[in-house]
Ligand binder design. Structure first.
Ligand code: ZN
Length: 252
């Protein structure tokens, strides 16, 4: 019988909530673990994670209090160095299969810690390291070939109420629930729009953000030059379909 143990490194964002339900639908028994680095938006994330409802898993929160001061000098923006390496190592202490979410298109990021090579290399390293107590350690993303729009579609199609999805925390702002200008706010707003849903609660309209203006230039350019190093072909096509539907002129 296949081992049904699954460790989900749970950020509290939209993708991790959906990954929990996705894992259960695949017959896994997820153990959700959140690592609190003390980053600027940590309190907001925790509030969204420690919510008790039929839709939310119970989450073990690991705090690195003693390291907060050391970390905080390195956490001046939303990027946490080596984050996914650390998450994989911690997850491997709890079970042989670890989920860290990376969606279609996110594997190409500058940080490399969501890349295909990262998942392959960290799985190989942890399998070798832990061989004496588990024969294989797999670090993977369940959503590697799905876009954010598709992940949301899966969730809605499996009965997760949209309000539960709205309540997840992805925004990098320390003070606002959904600033509407950071990259994650814009990405998730677009992904909901692709499902014909206008997500409420943004401080400013994400379609008026600088990042959206950049997408309007860069995605048509990517399609024209067929250079999908930054945006995958699928994500580019989805984006163009959306802005055509919204009647927004692209500037490529
Ligand atoms: Zn934001």
């Amino acid at each position: 019988m296949q081992d049904r143990r699954l460790v989900i490194m749970y950020s509290g964002g939209l993708d991790s909530l959906i990954a929990y339900h996705y894992g259960r639908s695949q017959g896994y028994q997820p153990h959700c673990i959140h690592l609190n680095f003390g980053q600027p938006y940590a309190e907001k994330e925790l509030a969204s994670i420690l919510r008790a409802s039929e839709w939310h898993p119970s989450v073990d929160v690991l705090n690195f209090r003693e390291l907060y001061d050391l970390f905080s000098s390195r956490l001046t923006n939303h990027i946490i160095p080596s984050r996914n390496v650390l998450l994989a190592v911690l997850g491997s202490m709890f079970g042989p299969r670890i989920w860290i979410n990376a969606l279609d298109g996110e594997q190409n990021g500058k940080e490399h810690d969501k890349s295909e090579r990262y998942f392959q290399d960290v799985s190989a390293l942890l399998t070798f390291t832990n061989e004496f107590f588990q024969s294989q350690t797999v670090v993977e993303s369940p959503f590697a070939s799905m876009s954010k729009g598709e992940v949301i579609r899966w969730a809605l199609g499996h009965g997760i109420p949209r309000e539960v999805l709205f309540d997840t925390s992805s925004c990098y702002s320390e003070h606002q629930h959904k600033c509407g200008t950071c990259i994650t706010c814009v990405k998730r707003y677009i992904a909901f729009l692709e499902n014909d849903i206008e997500e409420p609660g943004y401080e400013v309209d994400p379609l008026k953000s600088q990042y959206f203006a950049e997408l309007l230039i860069e995605i048509p350019q990517a399609l024209q030059s067929r250079d999908f190093a930054r945006f995958t072909e699928k994500r580019s096509a989805e984006f163009m379909a959306l802005i055509n539907r919204l009647g927004v002129p692209a500037n490529g």
